[in-house]
Design a protein around this ligand. Structure first.
Ligand code: RB5
Length: 143
């Protein structure tokens, strides 16, 4: 399992902590984010992560910005991306179960690190349910 992670200046601290947590679970992490708190533009990093997920360079992605919305909006411009914003663990479960999100987006300025870590673990440990949810996902692409 290889996970790509990206962030803007708002998500640097959580990014490094999440990498450590994921490495501890034997997961390889590729860093597509900025490593400093100097102000940057989140789309530059979101597109890099989206390209890596779409090409298969990584299996899944995690994106962090202040609210999560900038990353989510940008990531979801890519046809191969299903980026889901989660701010609590039940949403981390549902975004896997129902939406089969291949990128999990976290609002770094609005949740604690322990919460962010718990959401990531729930998302990773929860299988997609398929069935009626797959039917809905099949209707997502732009026409
Ligand atoms: C950066 O200040 C902030 O706008 C960004 O992290 C994110 O919240 C955008 O959606």
């Amino acid at each position: 399992m290889k996970i790509g992670i990206c962030n803007d200046h708002a998500g640097v601290e959580y990014k490094f902590k999440l990498i450590k947590m994921l490495n501890g679970r034997g997961i390889e992490v590729v860093n597509f984010g900025t490593d400093t708190t100097q102000s940057v533009d989140y789309p530059d990093y979101a597109h890099r992560l989206a390209d890596a997920v779409e090409s298969g360079e990584v299996d899944l992605g995690i994106a962090l910005c202040g609210t999560g919305n900038g990353m989510a909006i940008t990531l979801n411009k890519h046809q191969g991306i299903r980026a889901g914003l989660a701010w609590d663990t039940p949403i981390g479960v549902l975004v896997a179960q129902h939406n089969n999100a291949n990128v999990l987006v976290l609002p770094a300025r609005f949740i604690s690190y322990p919460k962010a870590s718990a959401i990531v673990r729930k998302w990773l440990d929860t299988p997609f349910e398929g069935g009626r949810h797959q039917k809905r996902i099949d209707k997502m692409p732009c026409r």
